[in-house]
Design a protein around this ligand. Structure first.
Ligand code: GDP
Ligand code: MN
Length: 376
């Protein structure tokens, strides 16, 4: 679950970090009065779950409260990477001497947190990784001991030659690690961590993702969810208990089990197609889930064909078949359905589908090849 910049900054502040202050505004008037409180000039920043807001025109400097209101008027309602801006963060303008990148995330291979830092901050870290990979320094943290002081200093000295700045940088890095661990984050990032012309190190941006598996024991984090920032499909999938990831292809996939869903996507690619989504309907036998899954898949106008790949174990094929028939009757599906069912109650399922004029095959290759052909 992604947090907004202002929410992430709150977590950093709680860890003691020096963070640029800010006020959230939902209309130009509120942006104007926030700028007044900061002495007239202010930076107005779009609050959406996306990086690159600056490049997209979602970060603007204002020299007067009136200008801050104008910027808020421009930015509110703007679309950045498909996300509509509903709030802006108004902060005092910092006079920046340097911009660095500091991030910590989970290194799945190393089974531990890993820091990445770069003196080339302010730009997308992916861009630095592509053009100047040596400019990124990595350090794995042993979670049993946490980030040790000398490690924080080593990282900070990759960013600053000046010992006074390095000391502050090391403090910020240690605080970032504390915030990452204390809140069950899967990623925490400051880009840029700036040094000001007055010689202070400060976070002027913040990005945090909380591990979804943490939310059940952290209602305070779960409460930070902004439903308005979620896509309709993501929200419905979450409410229906489906694992869903939207992709850019045209073959809608409805599969039981994450492993089979991945294998299905691989096979779609193998036959020259592009999956429109990852969707795992799970191991339950609940026709309502199938209906929800089909509603989500068909709401994507890019979908040209829907591919069912069901391996009946705990999942009963007849329940999935019932869900398919019910969904077809209820929502009317305007694209071809190709279905592969095998395993528990397969024969029953074929009967249910046949009554509704639908056919099913039992080979995975056959069904995927057909789906890719139908998608054109
Ligand atoms: P992002 O583009 O979504 O990563 O948004 P950021 O918060 O990182 O802002 C983008 C850029 O705007 C930063 O890299 C800075 O160069 C600039 N910026 C943001 N806040 C300030 C500020 O207070 N003062 C100055 N001079 N520049 C700022
Ligand atoms: Mn940034």
């Amino acid at each position: 679950m992604n947090l907004h910049e202002y929410q992430a900054k709150e977590l950093f502040r709680a860890a003691g970090m020096a963070v640029n202050p800010g006020e959230v505004a939902r209309d130009p008037g509120a942006a104007r009065s926030a700028a007044e409180r900061y002495g007239g000039s202010a930076v107005v920043k779009a609050q959406v779950h996306s990086g690159g807001r600056g490049k997209a025109g979602g970060v603007k400097l204002a020299n007067s409260p009136e200008e801050a209101a104008d910027h808020a008027r421009t930015i509110l309602g703007m679309t950045i990477r498909g996300l509509t801006v509903r709030e802006v963060l108004v902060s005092p303008i910092e006079s920046i001497a340097s911009e660095a990148y500091v991030g910590v995330l989970v290194d799945r291979e190393g089974q531990c947190p890993v820091f990445m830092v770069s003196a080339e901050g302010g730009v997308d870290i992916e861009e630095v990784a592509a053009t100047d990979p040596k400019a990124i320094h990595r350090l794995r943290v042993d979670p049993r001991y946490g980030l040790l002081p000398h490690q924080a200093y080593w990282l900070a000295t990759r960013l600053y030659e000046d010992p006074a700045l390095a000391r502050q940088g090391a403090r910020a890095i240690a605080q970032l690690y504390d915030a990452f661990v204390a809140n069950g984050a899967s990623m925490a990032e400051i880009n840029p961590l700036v040094s000001t012309s007055g010689g202070r190190v400060k976070a002027i941006d913040a990005k945090v993702s909380i591990d979804d598996n943490e939310l059940f024991r952290r209602p305070d984090m779960a409460a930070l969810r902004d439903p308005a920032s979620e896509s309709e499909a993501d929200r419905r999938a979450r409410e229906a208990g489906l694992s869903f990831v939207k992709l850019d292809g045209d073959v809608g996939c409805c599969v039981n089990g994450a492993g089979l869903a991945m294998a299905t996507m691989d096979l779609v690619k193998y036959y020259g197609g592009e999956p429109a989504n990852f969707l795992d309907i799970g191991g339950s036998s609940n026709p309502d889930k199938v209906v929800a899954a089909l509603e989500i898949i068909t709401s994507d106008p890019g979908v040209a064909v829907i591919l069912f790949n069901i391996f009946g174990g705990i999942t009963r094929c007849d329940d999935v078949a019932k869900g398919i028939v019910e969904a077809v009757g209820r929502i009317g599906i305007g694209v071809p359905l190709v279905i592969r069912l095998t395993g528990t109650n397969e024969e029953l399922a074929r009967g249910i589908l046949a009554e509704a004029g639908l056919a099913a095959v039992s080979s995975m290759d056959e069904v995927v090849e057909k789906a890719v052909r139908l998608a054109g």
